[in-house]
Ligand binder design. Structure first.
Ligand code: BGC
Ligand code: MN
Length: 260
């Protein structure tokens, strides 16, 4: 058992290295539903990986309650807000449960610009499918994330929320960075492919116009369970659909500067 072998991992999945480090204190936020096998592999692997980097971190698993389509963006927003209540995290890493980093040079830290960590994934032949991809695992500071108004809450089902976040960051003047492809390598645990949300493209179309009015600032949810497990903090949240009201009608009056 990992927890017995490493008593330094505290309840809730928090780790504080014994010697002083100047590294950021990092919250790893993982949106989750119905992937038990992946979760146990992820937790074991990530603790081993992260402890070697000698930083303070905590792992937060944010599970979506109910049967509505998965809303990854909203779960990230919940994770951001809930983790904040439990510590002063300086850096947030938003991470899919099926991705495992393969290179220790891939530092789980934040920088002046947001970072797309999972650039080079085995199931994508270690290539970027397109230049602006921002899915999988990403790192943002508190400031970067809040300036973007968090993720959009409008993407129910697979896809789009990460592209939307890329645009938000761009509009706020951030330029996403990546480590070299030889460092940003990941393996993806196998799973059946989800059906992409057919509405994601039209929603994405007005992302840059509505992001200041929709996101972290309009998030509605309820925590229905919070448990400090040995290797992670588990939060089960009920996502409120109200958040995703169609805000197209507001768009015409808004003035958001900048170009994609
Ligand atoms: C989706 C993204 C996804 C990417 C790579 C895009 O079409 O909108 O959410 O990360 O494909 O799979
Ligand atoms: Mn996947």
């Amino acid at each position: 058992m990992l927890a017995r072998k490493h008593p330094e991992i505290r309840k809730g999945g928090w780790y504080v290295p014994s010697n002083f480090t100047k590294l950021h204190k990092v919250a790893i936020i993982v949106p989750y539903r119905d992937r038990k096998k992946h979760l146990s592999i992820f937790l074991y692997y990530m603790h081993m990986f992260l402890m070697k980097q000698r930083m303070e971190y905590g792992i937060f698993i944010i599970e979506q309650a109910g049967t509505r389509p998965f809303n990854r963006g909203m779960l990230m927003n919940v994770g951001f807000l809930e983790s904040q209540k439990m510590g002063t995290w300086e850096c947030f890493i938003f991470h899919d449960v099926d991705l495992l980093p393969l290179d220790q040079r891939n530092l789980y830290q934040c920088a002046k610009q947001p970072r797309h960590l999972s650039a080079s994934i085995d199931s994508m032949a270690y290539k970027l499918p397109y230049g602006h991809i921002f899915g999988g695992a990403t790192a943002m500071t508190l400031e970067q994330f809040t300036k973007a108004n968090g993720f959009s809450n409008r993407y129910w089902g697979w896809g789009g929320e990460d592209d939307d976040m890329y645009r938000r960051l761009w509009m706020m003047g951030y330029r996403v960075k990546r480590y070299d492809m030889s460092i940003a390598r990941y393996t993806m645990l196998s799973h059946s492919e989800a059906e992409p949300n057919p509405k994601r493209r039209p929603i994405l179309e007005n992302a840059t116009k509505v992001f200041k009015e929709e996101g972290l600032s309009t998030l509605h949810y309820e925590v229905i369970e919070l448990t400090w497990h040995q290797l992670y903090t588990h939060i089960i949240a009920k996502l409120d659909e109200k958040t995703t009201v169609d805000i197209r009608s507001n768009v015409a009056n808004m003035t958001v500067g900048g170009k994609m």
